[in-house]
Design a protein around this ligand. Sequence first.
Ligand code: NAP
Length: 348
Amino acid sequence: MLLHFSPTKPLFFPPNPRRNPPLSPPKSLRIRAIDAAQIYDYETHLKSEHIKSTSLKIAVLGFGNFGQFLSKTLIRHGHDLITHSRSDYSSAASSIGARFFHNPHDLCEQHPDVVLLCTSILSTESVLRSFPFQRLRRSTLFVDVLSVKEFPKTLFLKYLPREFDILCTHPMFGPESGKHSWSGLPFVYDKVRIGEEESRGERCERFLKVFESEGCRMVEMSCEEHDKHAAGSQFVTHTMGRVLEKFGVESSPINTKGYETLLDLVENTSSDSFELYYGLFMYNQNALEQLERLDMAFESIKKELFGRLHQVYRKQMFGSGGDGKRSEQKLLNNGLGVPMKEESSSSS
Ligand code: NAP
């Protein structure tokens, strides 16, 4: 038997006749015996019953970088996670309390409430084409987290049985940007097709609740609208991150705040696969236009800079009354001027 002192719960001692006055129990003494009969913890019981009744069986398809990242939080919210992926992630799954199925048929035999598609954008169609939907319950809710939205919505409507519910979502954060908290981070969703039955609506809400209670900024928006906004923001962000990574930005002893932001941007975007980035470009019809706009903006900035440089050279070469026309002819293709002194000495 273990004796612990506690300021809150006094211990009852039987009267001891050998002591006078009888020993009153020290106020700070309390028994904690591992073999003592435990009081029935009604609250804990109620809590676990509540978790059981609200918990969903979620099948994660694609257990790569993002699939694993999301699964940890889904499990923390009391949901039962089963998963399947092209590669073997059985130990990664068991390490977070999920079950891994090598065969998608076996996964479907578990009759999940929700199938959460976390595969790459590029592989979506081939994954859906070969998926054994017939083994799932007819009312299954299909959810995706692809970073483009119109594309999976079209594929879902094309390949999924009509009885299935469809929720298209985009958690607009990743393992880097959401590693400490999801609070305030945007979560976009579109209830593309949710059946009339009350239970179907509730199931969808229970799934969304995970993100809501993590503090995400919940944004209900059509898939089409999402893609328009995402091309101008997310695709441009990823492009700039990749350009800067190729450029080779490195930390220095005199980093400014702005430069730190650039370094963070590179860190955030470089951990995502190139396949993901390519998917953002290929499967968002607004991305090409944004890439061209970026290109034009870069050219225009260069022109503005070189334009000023020309004026400086002109002034140096001819003074304020210089021959503008002649100086234009002496500019190289890359916009740099050729010093007139050298030119005149070499020609003489
Ligand atoms: P990803 O490179 O876009 O996708 C990797 C996942 O796709 C892995 O589970 C991989 O399975 C699977 N996959 C790739 N090719 C496949 C194929 N031919 N057949 C079957 N499965 C294939 O990287 P990710 O970061 O994990 O992203 C997953 C999804 O989440 C993407 O749709 C992405 O747009 C979305 N998302 C990502 C982020 C993020 O920050 N990373 C944020 C929001 C949304 P194996 O590993 O088993 O090969």
